[in-house]
Design a protein around this ligand. Sequence first.
Ligand code: ADE
Length: 238
Amino acid sequence: MNIAIICAMSEELHAVQQQIKMPLISQIDKAGNKYYKYSNEKNTVVAVVSGIGKVNAAITTQILLDNFDVDYVLNVGVAGSVSKVLSFGDVVVAKDLVQHDFDITTFGYKLGQIARLDTFSFQADQWLSDLLLDGLTSEKGLKNHNISYGRIVSGDQFINDAEKAEFLYDEFNAIACEMEGAAVAQVCYLNKKPFAVVRALSDMAGQASDDASHSFERLKIMAADCAALAIKQLLERI
Ligand code: ADE
């Protein structure tokens, strides 16, 4: 099976690379990013840092699909919590994703609806998401961390505002926010490619007096390690 892994930041990819126990067979440069290809007798993994934000994520996803014969796409990394019950180090596997900053409401559309697209949210692949959940909740998974399955929202904004976090929860029924997942999802949707998104929480997005920028800086490696553990477990299962 050919798996693509997209991380927004080098810290996230580094955590993932520590869990890929496969020989590195090539490094390919495209559009300013390095695509690391690993292979063993069972699987091939291509892992890349896309850069932060939806445009970077979309470019990288399309490059992966056009050049690497990918079967499944995974977006892995950290996120902010917009739930009141999920906290630092908890993990969210996306059920579906919405771009919370796509706004054509002036034409009568719901906030988040992509113009002229036949879906509101992008559904993650059930089989792949179930494998991630199974790995995370297994004996070798994450102990003492909440593992959740729900909606993730993405936008070109780092959320550090309790009111905005609450709005994202109320408006979209989202449990986590980040800046790439729904863009990866949109590209996969248009290419009819299955995908999954797994994110561990580095901050509270400004809720509960949390300064999200401080938490993010302090906890991003811890959270990236939690998300990467999901990849380790997944690779043992496929
Ligand atoms: N990634 C991690 N934390 C985030 C936040 N609070 N907002 C957007 N993206 C994030």
